[in-house]
Design a protein around this ligand. Sequence first.
Ligand code: SF4
Length: 698
Amino acid sequence: RSQAAERVVPSVCPYCGVGCQVDFRVRDDAIVEVTGRDGPSNLGRLCVKGRFGFDYVRHPERLTVPLVRREGAAKEPGDCVDLGQARGKFREASWEEAMARAAEGLRRVRDTRGPDALAGFGSAKGSNEEAYLFQKLVRTGFGTNNVDHCTRLCHAASVAALLEGIGSGAVTAPFTAAMEAEVIVVIGARPTENHPVAATFLKEAAARGAKLVVMDPRGTGLDRHATEVVRFAPGRDVPLLNAMLHVIIMEGLHDRQYVAAHLEDFEQLRSHVAALTPEAMAPICDVPAEQIRRVARLFARADRAMILWGMGISQSTHGTDNTRCLIALALLCGHVGRPGTGLHPLRGQNNVQGASDAGLIPMAFPDYHPTGEDAARARLEALWGARLDPRPGLTVVEIMGAMERGEIAGMYVMGENPAMSDPDLVHARAALAKLDHLVVQDLFLTETAALADVVLPASAWPEKDGTATNTNRQVQMGRAALPLPGQARQDLDIIVDLARRLGLDWSYTHPREVFAEMALAMPSLDHITWDRLLREDSVTYPCLGPDQPGQAIVFGDAFPTVTGRARLVPANLLDPAEMPDADFPFVLTTGRELEHWHTGAMTRRAGVLDALQPGPTASLAPEVLRRLGVAPGGRLRLSTRRGAVELSARADPDLPEGLVFMPFAYREAAANLLTNPQLDPFGKIPEFKYCAVRVEAV
Ligand code: SF4
């Protein structure tokens, strides 16, 4: 089929944070094939989503005309399930009418209820330039810092702990650094499903002799490549990791020179873990004490070791504590700042790193300057010519709570789908339905758009020019391969149009201009320019010069903290927020599958991917299914204190008895009807990985 292509357009895969470089092969304004390019994070490799995940772009349900809610058409949470019913409540409108209505509603809320009655959810699936402009619009046009995106549901806890411990929320080394590691620890992550091309590097490292340690409550696709597989009880990361810290410190395996030269609060950590022996922690985390000692010694005695983690660590009410333990493990042994070492939270969305860097978070401006930091705020006020609020805004889940209480009455949502992605959806959907004014900008009539007042048809990734920053801190150039369908517009143009209608004097006409302004606002982008990215496709930040490739490994000499030292922060042993009991005896954990992306808006409209995973399933250990009298494929009802769903059963020998897994991509059995909205107190991330559930045969 590649022979048939008329054009080949180099770009980046829009799915996971690996950021594989791709060639879109285009004929008759359609993508006929996608092949891998020799990018720094993929070396020509792609997974099934990167290869076959693009026909959603021309799906018949694609929005091509603006929609406005019909007069008197009620917003009902049930519209999130029956999108056909929801569609009937809208009528087509001109861009002029839709934009005027969008702006008028937001302006009315701002002017009558105050700026804090507004909020915006931007997107980690768009470009850096869109993320930057979106947060600038909310801060200067709405007048509030109530702006956030899916990072709050993803690595917020990791970032909170990393900022506190080492002064930077980004990775200290790319995942490809694992190729030089002696020991690689992968914990709370399933890279073969969620970061498949990164997984190929980890497998390759293991094949070359690196010792791979895989730690997870569930079996994973990496287990057969592992030297050690540590299956621990769900929600018991902190006891397990504290026991490892105990072994390292009490056996004197830590790097004393490194600790003395680079770390603070060692004695505090030592006394905290003194009583947390492997023998004391083993019954809690369900790992034999001898294995805890063995893994701790393996990690500490290695000359070069690396830790990679995912949502299993962060999506927890103790996600920040989990990450604090991982940071302490790496720092104690001096496993940061050298080849083959590092701390690497594997980023989920293709641009969650870049969107966070660009300031799409409520507590900090671009480059993570807290909103209360006077000097940084003054610099931005001068650059933007606007007054900025020093108070941090509300996070995603806090915004939903404020909507439910009626404190937030107007929302602008671009490329996010909180009616599927937020925890405790019964409440989240009711809160969205209660808004006075909701503007949604997206590709499809999503579950969130179903509750909107105005729906704006936007641009898909293969239709736009823009940069994105992957999990490795590589800023990469995406290029438009396809024209926009119908009347759909570039996301960037829609943001600018809305800003002007809200009174901002904006004149951006191309993402290049936005990137140039970002470079002024964000020293992290020093020496990275639009033209350079057009030439080189990928540059790592921080970058020390126009002819330098960027620093893949950081913090060899000092940390970007006030003292230049990193902090060791003890983590307390805490139960998950909702423990199983007689009524809800199982533990539910949620996540992604290889074939489907997040809330399914794109991949469930991609033919090959939908054929591979056509419907929702709940996975349980085969023995548990037998006891329930349900064969694989039979029907199950899952209930929690928040809701219930029915779906097919899947037998999965990788699951321990007592644990149930559900993907969250399926509208017809939305996993987040069940999940617990309880938040980690630091990262404000909900507990998607643990709640009590009842399982019954239907
Ligand atoms: Fe796309 Fe991630 Fe797959 Fe690479 S690994 S092709 S970035 S989904």
